[in-house]
Design a protein around this ligand. Structure first.
Ligand code: ATP
Ligand code: MG
Length: 140
């Protein structure tokens, strides 16, 4: 299996509830290494660009408003099969459908305020990492 990098966001609901450390512990426990991390406030245009794939969905406005509602923690995670591994650790989008032991089952408040984002494929991972980090901020 290949060593991959994936992009993660600890979303405003989780950052506001002081869950950065608890979520980071779950990430590290799963065998992923946090090779870049910063706490930022995402701007409206930046959020619209990031979630552009969902522009036509009925929840798009709500999603953008939520993502800019407070600080987030953006991260690059590295490890064997990191993209799928982190998606598994996150659990289903709707926390009521997420498996036990996943981040969303443990911490998420709702399908919208669901605590974490993770890239869904190698091309989106590369694009998302480049949107938030310059090369010298990532130390693998
Ligand atoms: P993410 O892309 O944030 O990692 P995901 O891939 O599990 O999550 P997507 O289908 O890409 O889910 O949806 C992106 C985000 O939009 C979700 O994480 C959630 O915050 C929000 N969202 C998705 N579906 C709904 C919905 N029905 N109502 C409100 N918000 C939603
Ligand atoms: Mg997604």
């Amino acid at each position: 299996m290949a060593v991959e990098r994936t992009f993660s966001i600890i979303k405003p609901d989780a950052a506001a509830r002081n869950l950065t450390g608890a979520i980071n512990a779950m990430i590290e426990q799963a065998g992923l290494r946090i090779i870049a991390q910063k706490r930022v406030r995402i701007g409206r245009t930046e959020a619209e660009t990031f979630y552009a794939v969902h522009r036509e969905r009925p929840f798009f406005g709500e999603l953008v408003d939520f993502m800019i509602s407070g600080p987030v923690v953006v991260q690059v995670l590295q490890g064997e099969n990191a993209i799928a591994k982190y998606r598994d650790l996150m659990g289903a989008t709707d926390p009521s459908k997420a498996a036990a032991g996943t981040i969303r089952k443990t911490h998420a408040k709702s399908i919208g305020e669901n605590s974490v984002h993770g890239s869904d494929a190698p091309d989106t991972a590369a694009k998302e990492i480049a949107q938030f980090f310059s090369g010298n901020e990532i130390v693998g």
